[in-house]
Write a protein that binds this ligand. Structure first.
Ligand code: ACO
Ligand code: ZN
Length: 217
Protein backbone atom coordinates (compact mmCIF):
# COMPACT_ATOMS: atom_id res chain seq x y z
CA UNK A 1 0.00 0.00 0.00
CA UNK A 2 1.21 3.49 -0.74
CA UNK A 3 3.16 5.18 2.01
CA UNK A 4 1.61 8.52 1.22
CA UNK A 5 -1.97 7.25 1.59
CA UNK A 6 -1.07 5.63 4.86
CA UNK A 7 0.24 8.92 6.22
CA UNK A 8 -3.02 10.66 5.35
CA UNK A 9 -5.02 7.91 7.01
CA UNK A 10 -2.91 8.00 10.16
CA UNK A 11 -3.14 11.76 10.48
CA UNK A 12 -6.89 11.87 9.97
CA UNK A 13 -7.48 9.31 12.66
CA UNK A 14 -5.39 10.91 15.35
CA UNK A 15 -8.55 11.96 17.15
CA UNK A 16 -9.99 8.49 17.33
CA UNK A 17 -8.88 6.35 20.19
CA UNK A 18 -6.06 3.93 19.68
CA UNK A 19 -5.91 0.61 21.46
CA UNK A 20 -2.94 -1.33 22.69
CA UNK A 21 -3.29 -5.09 22.52
CA UNK A 22 -2.48 -6.56 25.89
CA UNK A 23 -1.04 -9.72 24.35
CA UNK A 24 1.13 -8.58 21.46
CA UNK A 25 1.66 -4.94 22.43
CA UNK A 26 0.66 -3.51 19.06
CA UNK A 27 -0.98 -0.10 19.08
CA UNK A 28 -3.74 0.20 16.51
CA UNK A 29 -7.06 1.84 15.76
CA UNK A 30 -9.79 -0.64 16.52
CA UNK A 31 -12.33 1.32 14.49
CA UNK A 32 -10.25 0.95 11.32
CA UNK A 33 -10.83 -2.40 9.58
CA UNK A 34 -7.48 -2.24 7.77
CA UNK A 35 -5.70 -1.58 11.03
CA UNK A 36 -7.56 -4.42 12.63
CA UNK A 37 -6.51 -6.86 9.91
CA UNK A 38 -2.93 -5.69 10.26
CA UNK A 39 -3.14 -6.20 13.98
CA UNK A 40 -4.52 -9.73 13.61
CA UNK A 41 -1.71 -10.64 11.25
CA UNK A 42 0.93 -9.23 13.58
CA UNK A 43 -0.79 -10.73 16.61
CA UNK A 44 -0.69 -14.32 15.37
CA UNK A 45 2.77 -14.15 13.92
CA UNK A 46 4.20 -12.47 16.99
CA UNK A 47 2.62 -14.78 19.55
CA UNK A 48 3.62 -17.82 17.50
CA UNK A 49 7.17 -16.46 17.25
CA UNK A 50 7.66 -15.87 20.97
CA UNK A 51 5.84 -19.02 22.07
CA UNK A 52 8.13 -21.28 24.07
CA UNK A 53 6.96 -24.78 24.84
CA UNK A 54 10.02 -25.92 26.76
CA UNK A 55 12.75 -28.21 25.52
CA UNK A 56 13.87 -31.58 26.74
CA UNK A 57 17.42 -30.39 27.04
CA UNK A 58 17.59 -26.67 27.66
CA UNK A 59 20.69 -24.89 28.88
CA UNK A 60 19.42 -22.79 31.78
CA UNK A 61 22.11 -20.29 32.72
CA UNK A 62 20.15 -18.15 35.19
CA UNK A 63 16.91 -18.43 37.13
CA UNK A 64 14.78 -15.73 38.71
CA UNK A 65 11.44 -15.54 40.43
CA UNK A 66 9.86 -14.17 37.25
CA UNK A 67 11.66 -16.23 34.61
CA UNK A 68 14.83 -17.91 33.45
CA UNK A 69 17.56 -17.37 30.90
CA UNK A 70 18.27 -20.12 28.38
CA UNK A 71 21.44 -20.16 26.26
CA UNK A 72 21.31 -21.46 22.69
CA UNK A 73 24.53 -22.37 20.86
CA UNK A 74 25.07 -22.92 17.11
CA UNK A 75 25.22 -26.72 17.31
CA UNK A 76 22.02 -27.09 19.33
CA UNK A 77 19.09 -29.14 17.99
CA UNK A 78 17.22 -27.63 15.07
CA UNK A 79 14.12 -26.80 17.15
CA UNK A 80 16.24 -24.50 19.34
CA UNK A 81 17.93 -22.87 16.35
CA UNK A 82 14.55 -22.41 14.66
CA UNK A 83 13.19 -20.63 17.73
CA UNK A 84 16.19 -18.31 17.82
CA UNK A 85 15.75 -17.54 14.12
CA UNK A 86 12.04 -16.81 14.56
CA UNK A 87 12.68 -14.50 17.51
CA UNK A 88 15.53 -12.74 15.70
CA UNK A 89 13.27 -12.17 12.73
CA UNK A 90 10.66 -10.46 14.94
CA UNK A 91 13.35 -8.41 16.65
CA UNK A 92 14.90 -7.33 13.36
CA UNK A 93 11.48 -6.41 12.03
CA UNK A 94 10.90 -4.20 15.07
CA UNK A 95 14.36 -2.65 14.89
CA UNK A 96 14.14 -2.13 11.14
CA UNK A 97 17.35 -4.06 10.54
CA UNK A 98 17.99 -5.45 7.11
CA UNK A 99 19.19 -9.02 7.01
CA UNK A 100 22.45 -8.75 8.88
CA UNK A 101 24.75 -11.70 8.57
CA UNK A 102 26.47 -12.39 11.87
CA UNK A 103 30.23 -12.11 11.76
CA UNK A 104 30.92 -15.63 12.97
CA UNK A 105 27.64 -17.53 13.04
CA UNK A 106 29.33 -20.58 14.50
CA UNK A 107 30.39 -18.56 17.53
CA UNK A 108 27.17 -16.71 18.17
CA UNK A 109 25.59 -17.15 21.59
CA UNK A 110 21.92 -16.38 21.98
CA UNK A 111 20.38 -15.77 25.39
CA UNK A 112 16.61 -16.00 25.69
CA UNK A 113 14.72 -14.69 28.70
CA UNK A 114 11.75 -16.99 29.20
CA UNK A 115 8.71 -16.05 31.26
CA UNK A 116 6.20 -18.86 31.66
CA UNK A 117 5.64 -19.93 28.06
CA UNK A 118 7.08 -16.99 26.12
CA UNK A 119 10.39 -15.57 25.00
CA UNK A 120 10.22 -12.04 26.40
CA UNK A 121 13.86 -11.05 25.99
CA UNK A 122 16.67 -11.87 23.58
CA UNK A 123 20.35 -11.04 23.50
CA UNK A 124 22.68 -12.08 20.70
CA UNK A 125 26.38 -12.00 21.49
CA UNK A 126 29.44 -12.76 19.43
CA UNK A 127 33.18 -12.67 19.98
CA UNK A 128 34.90 -9.48 18.84
CA UNK A 129 38.45 -8.22 19.07
CA UNK A 130 37.94 -4.50 19.21
CA UNK A 131 35.31 -1.83 19.59
CA UNK A 132 35.03 1.91 19.13
CA UNK A 133 33.82 3.89 22.09
CA UNK A 134 30.74 6.03 21.57
CA UNK A 135 31.51 9.67 22.22
CA UNK A 136 29.07 12.26 23.47
CA UNK A 137 25.87 12.66 21.49
CA UNK A 138 25.81 15.01 18.54
CA UNK A 139 24.27 18.14 19.98
CA UNK A 140 22.04 19.05 17.02
CA UNK A 141 19.24 16.47 16.89
CA UNK A 142 18.54 14.26 19.81
CA UNK A 143 15.63 12.24 18.52
CA UNK A 144 15.87 9.17 16.32
CA UNK A 145 19.46 9.63 15.31
CA UNK A 146 21.60 6.55 15.02
CA UNK A 147 24.61 8.59 14.03
CA UNK A 148 26.39 8.67 17.38
CA UNK A 149 29.93 9.91 17.10
CA UNK A 150 32.47 7.19 17.65
CA UNK A 151 36.11 7.38 18.54
CA UNK A 152 38.47 6.27 15.75
CA UNK A 153 40.77 4.60 18.22
CA UNK A 154 39.93 0.92 18.55
CA UNK A 155 39.95 -0.52 22.03
CA UNK A 156 40.26 -4.20 22.83
CA UNK A 157 36.99 -5.95 23.61
CA UNK A 158 35.81 -9.53 23.89
CA UNK A 159 32.05 -9.71 23.54
CA UNK A 160 29.90 -7.81 21.10
CA UNK A 161 26.19 -7.49 21.74
CA UNK A 162 24.66 -7.36 18.29
CA UNK A 163 21.03 -7.46 19.45
CA UNK A 164 19.25 -6.82 22.67
CA UNK A 165 15.49 -6.77 22.80
CA UNK A 166 12.76 -7.02 25.42
CA UNK A 167 9.06 -7.55 24.67
CA UNK A 168 7.33 -4.17 24.71
CA UNK A 169 4.99 -5.08 27.56
CA UNK A 170 7.86 -6.36 29.72
CA UNK A 171 10.21 -3.41 29.56
CA UNK A 172 11.68 -1.62 32.59
CA UNK A 173 11.64 -4.77 34.67
CA UNK A 174 15.40 -5.23 34.50
CA UNK A 175 15.19 -8.02 31.96
CA UNK A 176 17.81 -6.43 29.70
CA UNK A 177 20.06 -5.80 32.67
CA UNK A 178 19.82 -9.42 33.76
CA UNK A 179 20.52 -10.60 30.21
CA UNK A 180 23.72 -8.54 30.06
CA UNK A 181 24.80 -9.65 33.54
CA UNK A 182 24.31 -13.25 32.43
CA UNK A 183 26.31 -12.74 29.24
CA UNK A 184 29.18 -11.26 31.20
CA UNK A 185 29.10 -14.32 33.42
CA UNK A 186 28.72 -16.98 30.70
CA UNK A 187 30.42 -15.66 27.59
CA UNK A 188 33.90 -16.82 28.56
CA UNK A 189 34.20 -19.80 30.79
CA UNK A 190 35.51 -19.04 34.25
CA UNK A 191 35.55 -15.26 34.17
CA UNK A 192 33.19 -12.36 34.61
CA UNK A 193 33.71 -9.84 31.81
CA UNK A 194 34.19 -6.23 32.80
CA UNK A 195 32.06 -3.47 31.30
CA UNK A 196 34.99 -2.50 29.07
CA UNK A 197 35.17 -5.97 27.59
CA UNK A 198 31.62 -5.86 26.21
CA UNK A 199 30.37 -3.57 23.46
CA UNK A 200 26.92 -2.75 22.10
CA UNK A 201 26.90 -2.57 18.31
CA UNK A 202 24.98 0.18 16.53
CA UNK A 203 22.66 1.05 19.42
CA UNK A 204 19.18 2.45 18.89
CA UNK A 205 18.06 5.39 21.08
CA UNK A 206 16.50 2.88 23.52
CA UNK A 207 19.62 0.77 23.39
CA UNK A 208 21.80 3.75 24.11
CA UNK A 209 19.74 4.86 27.10
CA UNK A 210 19.91 1.38 28.49
CA UNK A 211 23.62 0.91 27.76
CA UNK A 212 24.54 4.27 29.27
CA UNK A 213 22.64 3.44 32.44
CA UNK A 214 23.97 -0.10 32.58
CA UNK A 215 27.58 0.92 32.11
CA UNK A 216 27.42 3.58 34.81
CA UNK A 217 25.95 1.41 37.54
N1 ACO B 1 14.57 5.12 28.49
C1 ACO B 1 15.30 5.54 29.53
N2 ACO B 1 16.04 4.69 30.32
C2 ACO B 1 16.02 3.39 30.02
C3 ACO B 1 15.25 2.88 28.93
C4 ACO B 1 14.51 3.80 28.15
N3 ACO B 1 13.76 3.43 27.10
N4 ACO B 1 15.40 1.55 28.88
C5 ACO B 1 16.23 1.22 29.89
N5 ACO B 1 16.62 2.33 30.58
C6 ACO B 1 17.54 2.42 31.72
C7 ACO B 1 16.77 2.67 32.98
O1 ACO B 1 17.57 3.45 33.83
C8 ACO B 1 16.58 1.29 33.53
O2 ACO B 1 16.47 1.25 34.94
P1 ACO B 1 15.09 1.72 35.68
O3 ACO B 1 13.96 1.06 34.96
O4 ACO B 1 15.29 1.22 37.07
O5 ACO B 1 15.07 3.20 35.57
C9 ACO B 1 17.85 0.59 33.15
O6 ACO B 1 18.21 1.15 31.89
C10 ACO B 1 17.68 -0.92 33.04
O7 ACO B 1 16.65 -1.19 32.12
P2 ACO B 1 16.00 -2.63 31.93
O8 ACO B 1 14.69 -2.70 32.61
O9 ACO B 1 16.99 -3.69 32.23
O10 ACO B 1 15.78 -2.56 30.33
P3 ACO B 1 14.60 -3.25 29.51
O11 ACO B 1 14.42 -4.66 29.98
O12 ACO B 1 13.42 -2.38 29.53
O13 ACO B 1 15.20 -3.33 28.01
C11 ACO B 1 15.80 -2.43 25.87
C12 ACO B 1 15.86 -2.25 27.40
C13 ACO B 1 16.37 -3.80 25.49
C14 ACO B 1 16.63 -1.35 25.18
C15 ACO B 1 14.31 -2.33 25.44
O14 ACO B 1 13.86 -1.03 25.64
C16 ACO B 1 14.02 -2.72 24.00
O15 ACO B 1 13.90 -3.90 23.68
N6 ACO B 1 13.88 -1.72 23.10
C17 ACO B 1 13.54 -1.96 21.70
C18 ACO B 1 14.64 -2.69 20.99
C19 ACO B 1 15.94 -1.91 21.02
O16 ACO B 1 15.99 -0.75 20.67
N7 ACO B 1 17.02 -2.60 21.43
C20 ACO B 1 18.36 -2.07 21.47
C21 ACO B 1 18.94 -2.19 20.12
S1 ACO B 1 20.68 -1.81 20.11
C22 ACO B 1 21.42 -3.30 20.06
O17 ACO B 1 20.75 -4.31 19.87
C23 ACO B 1 22.90 -3.43 20.21
ZN1 ZN C 1 -2.42 -8.34 19.54
Amino acid sequence: KGGKDQLVIDASQKHFGTTMCKSCGMIYTASNPEDEIQHLQHHHRFLEGIKYVGWKRERIVAEFWDGKIVLVLPRDPSYAIKKVEDVQELVDLELGFQQVVPMCPNKTKTFLFIDEKRVVGCLIAEPIKQAFRVLSEPSTTKECSRAWRCSDVPEPAICGISRIWVFKLKRRKRIARRLVDTVRNCFMFGCFLSINEIAFSDPTPDGKLFATKYCNT
